[in-house]
Design a protein around this ligand. Sequence first.
Ligand code: C2E
Ligand code: CA
Ligand code: CA
Ligand code: CA
Length: 277
Amino acid sequence: VAKGEGTGIELYDAARDPNSPARLGTVSALREGIEQGQLELHYQPKVSLRDGTVVGVEALVRWQHPERGIVPPDEFIPLAERTGLVHQITAHVLREGLGQARLWWDLGLQVPIAVNVSMRDLHETDLAGLVVAELDRHGLPPDAIVLEVTESVLVLDAGRAVATLRELRELGVSASLDDFGTGYSSLLLLEQLPVDEVKIDRSFVRRLDEEGGDPAMVRSIVDFAHGLGLSVVAEGLETSHAWRLLREFGCDVAQGYRISRPMPSDQATQWLVERVV
Ligand code: C2E
Ligand code: CA
Ligand code: CA
Ligand code: CA
């Protein structure tokens, strides 16, 4: 159920109705898609704003649907989170992403892979065990992976998630708080979660390019995060103008179309070969 804009009227949304035939269709199609290997990863580089070196690569999932073509994650991740299917997706992305990392490490391209995980993964599964098992399977060290934690529902008690992230940190796996500044991914969560990095949401970064847009918010987030000893990533960097401002603010890392769009694996490999020594 969604609110009609400005009307105060609740709109019916089949995707949210657990008894809707449309939703059941989508859920079973997604489950089938996962089982049949229709999920694919694209990779987007994370680059140092100081010297332009590649500091990581984020794995972003796409659904290669037999009839609909490429379905972007925003169209199925929320559903997967509500139904718990996200755990299967996370398991798949961890395996596939670390498999890709292994290939890159064999080529001498030792860049960490960033994998998106939801708070539900941290609460409901043994994510630490899963991550360790996948690192072992591929013979990779703990710093070959970074977990980007996204929040889609309000979590008042982050207890289990905190314990999982602590366990991972002790093993040498670091974490990042994604979409910082939006929705529930806020101060409350940052205060509780042991993360090493925050990613400033694209909605703030975009404002750097707007006529008369005030960069004070981005500057403040950078200072604030640095005050907590965290590294700061700006996502959605699209222009040289934004690049210059972010550098001036002391932001550490950037990601965005200005640097590269997310790429399928062969293209990503080529991109890395040309830039990583
Ligand atoms: P996110 O983690 O915040 O990822 C950043 C999104 O911004 C990606 O969209 C990326 O393609 C897009 N992006 C990057 N640079 C730019 C830019 O310069 N301009 C613009 N306009 N967009 C840019 P994408 O790939 O569609 O993913 C959307 C969201 O889906 C992700 O947001 C993440 O929350 C979720 N997601 C993606 N893959 C996974 C996954 O494997 N597991 C989970 N749980 N969620 C995932
Ligand atoms: Ca992310
Ligand atoms: Ca984001
Ligand atoms: Ca997101």
